[in-house]
Design a protein. Structure first.
Length: 288
């Protein structure tokens, strides 16, 4: 097995054949390898999955057609509204009223929730289609990536960055950029998927379920663990205020049923016992 160095904790890393198999990477247009760090558990795909290989994923269809899990993008956003409102609420509790930046703001739903909580925010979004939709909601949106905002004339007083970090080409560079757009003491909300080790993925594995190859197999570069996130944030001068791998608000809008109750209970328990829910949700503050 070929050994490489973990980009986050510098631990030694090995080929993860099981993750490679589960994403059906043998069918990918490029010969991708999955690496896993023996120290912090981070997995990453190498070479960096070129957005050109999955660019059709984020064209207009992505925002109108069905997504993973059978929900359309608007339905998924609708389902996440209780979470957006809780997050916006917590930014308010930090005293944030303006100068919030939503990195990867999509079609602007979080900015709407922030506004409803009395917080003025802007966004940056790489998809031209999504950026335009968000701008139509009355927000100032830059169509691009975080680096396109640099240097900022006035640092942001809060940053929301949900389901972005797993896509970036270089997590270290991204965290440097994040730090340089933020004021000292500013709160940061980061959320990424808890892929492979989460209880839902483990249950799928036990039942022999394999999703098969699609653009979704190669749209993530990093697959974080709570430990890897902790090390990454710490190394970039962020103090972690709280971290969880289960957010009850994510499925709060779904119809109540025995099955849904069992699913939520399994996620809650997996989070409590082993940090193995389905997302990694982190509140932090810029300290240095
Ligand atoms: Zn590591």
């Amino acid at each position: 097995m070929k050994s490489e160095i973990c980009p986050i904790c510098q631990g030694s890393a090995f080929l993860d054949q099981r993750a490679h198999y589960e994403l059906a990477l043998d069918q990918a247009p490029t010969n991708y390898k999955m690496m896993r760090c023996a120290g912090c558990g981070l997995r990453w795909m190498t070479p960096y999955p070129n957005p050109e290989d999955y660019q059709t994923l984020y064209d207009n269809d992505y925002y109108e057609a069905l997504q993973e899990g059978g929900l359309s993008y608007p339905e998924e956003k609708q389902e996440l509204l209780p979470c957006y409102s809780r997050i916006a609420n917590r930014f308010s509790a930090f005293g944030v009223t303006k100068g919030l930046l939503d990195v990867g703001c999509g079609t602007g739903e979080f900015l709407v929730a922030a506004k409803a909580n009395g917080i003025q925010g802007n966004g940056v979004e790489p998809s031209a289609y999504a950026a335009e939709k968000a701008a139509e909601k009355g927000f100032h949106i830059v169509n691009g990536v975080l680096a396109d905002l640099l240097p900022v004339s006035e640092p942001y007083s809060a940053v929301h960055c949900s389901h972005v970090l797993e896509h970036v080409p270089d997590a270290d560079r991204f965290m440097d950029e994040l730090k340089s757009v933020m004021a000292l003491g500013a709160p940061l909300y980061i959320e990424v998927p808890r892929q492979f080790d989460g209880v839902l993925d483990v249950m799928h594995r036990i039942r022999g379920y394999r999703r098969g190859y699609s653009d979704y197999s190669i749209h993530h570069h990093y697959f974080f663990t709570p430990k890897a996130i902790k090390i990454l944030l710490g190394a970039h001068g962020f103090e972690i205020l709280s971290m969880t791998t289960y957010l009850p608000c994510r499925r709060a809008m779904r119809k109540r049923s025995v099955r849904m109750f069992a699913l939520q209970s399994a996620l809650w328990l997996a989070d409590r016992l082993a940090g193995r829910g389905d997302v990694i949700s982190v509140w932090a503050r810029r300290r240095a």
